[in-house]
Design a protein around this ligand. Structure first.
Ligand code: PHE
Length: 532
């Protein structure tokens, strides 16, 4: 760009000449607007049917460990160029942590606790992956695979906040937000007005900021000392109506001290987080529509269920993977390459001839215990009684959060997520037999929603991911991504490649598994094209 053309004048002239569409693209190119993706494979080019035929190198065999998103995507992408893929999946189902529980779903955890879901037809729980940010690669795969999406309502001003430890009453998200933003605005406006921030902002900028704060916090004018006294943003105790019913606003607000003591502010930033901000999406009818679509595209004949990997042997000319099927029969599969997508801590326990450094790196991530419970109710009381349509209630109870269904409004039944938590709470609940998990979750939830939370319950199904066979964790964390382990595993170990959300900067998101699979696929395909 010529140095005497500033970005702003350039953009202005583009905006005039080309309209805002051109302007948006130009801003993106200049790095002024967020790119829709930041991917490990930014200019990913899927392998194509002609790629191998042209070089006479078709028919390379790839054995893929795990039929979760990373494994299925690896087979799906390599399949586009005619690689011969076999997926070994230890569980009796595909999808991994992308798992939708429906009537008849069964699971037995590592402690021997068996569950069968008793949900009514059409009711389901997304026990793992449950929400998709619109910016994620997952959305592109849904488009490519024809998986229909609908809104996932992540935050809801009518949902609740309850902090038991502070003794504050249950209140709506909207009320907590109005009070926090109101008082913050009042304080900042006073400080500005008193000249306390003149070093930082003064003159016209101070006035501009005061104008903003007036609207941001819905506070009084200067003449009223910028006081936050509560407005209809907090909600109504009596809703406005026709004729002579102006409504009764909720209020007055608690004092600043009370608001701060109640600690409601800790839940407000979720709506600002990059990956949690609305609009968010979910597949219509259950998250398992995504693995199901991949599975259809790959072909069921490529996937061996109930195949538990027992050995991985890397060699100069190929890889050999041993597995045990559900009847105990041992089989060896030979291939040109292996893509291992199992959780790292499980891979670390499989006998291999990989270097001690690789095994040590696989043991390096820390495992996060995670639990979730689906509570099916006979009546959608949260909609009928409380006007809560989707979204999340946040609490310091050991439940962490309660989610209301984002779809099926006004249907007879509904499945509420009664807890979704990690760490010590997940460990504590996970140790209980499933019936006691439900009992404890319901007892806690009645503190927020009252007796109907128990009385209208129809059935429950819970998952403790850290106790789930062949998964054994909610997700992992890297104590460091710069101490070598992460980089080592993002490179092949001989003919063995690794993939999974755990090898991405999107841990605990399907997007990480998709992009990590692309990374492995690109590595293999380029190697095959180069070496034959
Ligand atoms: N993707 C999961 C979720 O949205 C886990 C997660 C939570 C990941 C928060 C990052 C941040 O619940």
């Amino acid at each position: 760009m010529s140095p005497n053309v500033t970005r702003r004048t350039l953009l202005r002239s583009i905006g005039v000449a080309g309209g805002t569409g051109v302007m948006f693209e130009s801003m993106r190119a200049l790095g002024l607007l967020a790119s829709p993706h930041a991917l490990a494979v930014p200019d990913y080019r899927p392998p194509r049917a002609g790629d191998l035929a042209a070089t006479g190198r078709h028919g390379k065999r790839v054995v893929i460990l795990g039929a979760g998103i990373a494994g299925l995507t690896t087979a799906y992408e390599l399949g586009k160029a005619g690689y011969r893929c076999t997926i070994l999946e230890a569980k009796d189902r595909i999808g991994g942590r992308t798992w939708t529980v429906r009537a008849g779903t069964t699971e037995t955890d590592l402690g021997g606790h068996a569950q069968t879901a008793r949900f009514a037809r059409g009711q389901y729980l997304n026990a793992g992956a449950a929400r998709l940010p619109q910016s994620h690669l997952t959305i592109d795969y849904c488009r490519e695979l024809g998986v229909p999406l609908e809104p996932f309502l992540n935050t809801n001003v009518n949902a609740l906040i309850y902090n038991e430890q502070t003794g504050a009453p249950v209140q709506q998200y909207r009320t907590a937000r109005a009070d926090m933003y109101g008082y913050v605005s009042e304080l900042l406006a006073k400080a500005l007005d008193q000249g306390a921030l003149d070093q930082e902002v003064s003159g016209e900028d101070r006035d501009r900021l005061l104008t903003f704060l007036g609207r941001f916090g819905d506070i009084g004018a200067k003449a009223d000392g910028f006081a936050y006294t509560g407005t209809s943003r907090r909600g109504y105790s009596v809703e406005p109506g026709a004729a002579d019913q102006p409504g009764e606003p909720l209020g007055p607000p608690p004092s600043l001290t009370e608001v701060l003591t109640s600690a409601v502010g800790r839940y407000l930033p979720i709506e600002l987080e990059y990956g949690q901000a609305m609009t968010m999406l979910q597949p219509v009818g259950g998250m398992d529509a995504i693995p199901a679509a991949l599975y259809r595209a790959v072909g069921a004949d490529k996937v061996r269920l109930g195949a538990e990997v027992t050995t991985i042997t890397d060699g100069p000319d190929g890889v050999e993977v041993g597995y045990r099927d559900s009847r105990g029969k041992e089989t060896l599969v030979g291939a040109d390459f292996c893509v291992a997508t199992l959780p790292p801590h499980l891979l670390a326990g499989i006998p291999t001839n990989l270097s001690p450094g690789v095994t040590a790196a696989l043991r390096f991530p820390t495992v996060v215990p995670v639990g979730k419970i689906g509570l099916e109710y006979r009546r959608r009381w949260w909609e009928e009684d409380d006007r809560i349509y989707g979204g999340s209630t946040f609490t310091d109870l050991d439940l962490s959060q309660i989610w209301y269904p984002s779809a099926g409004f006004h249907g007879g039944r509904g499945v509420v997520v009664g807890y979704y938590h990690g760490g010590p709470d997940a460990v504590a609940y996970g140790e209980l037999p499933p019936a006691q998990r439900a009992e404890r979750a319901v007892a806690q939830g009645t503190k927020i929603h009252g007796a109907k939370y128990r009385d209208e319950l129809a059935s429950a199904f819970s998952v403790a991911w850290h106790r789930t066979p062949f998964i054994e964790g909610g997700w992992v964390g890297w104590p460091s991504r710069t101490s070598g382990e992460y980089a080592l595993l993002n490179k092949p170990a001989g003919r063995v490649y690794f993939a999974g959300d755990w090898l991405s900067y999107y841990i605990a998101w399907q997007a990480g598994a998709f992009d990590s699979a692309r990374h492995a696929v690109t590595g293999i395909h380029q190697r095959v094209l180069a070496e034959g």
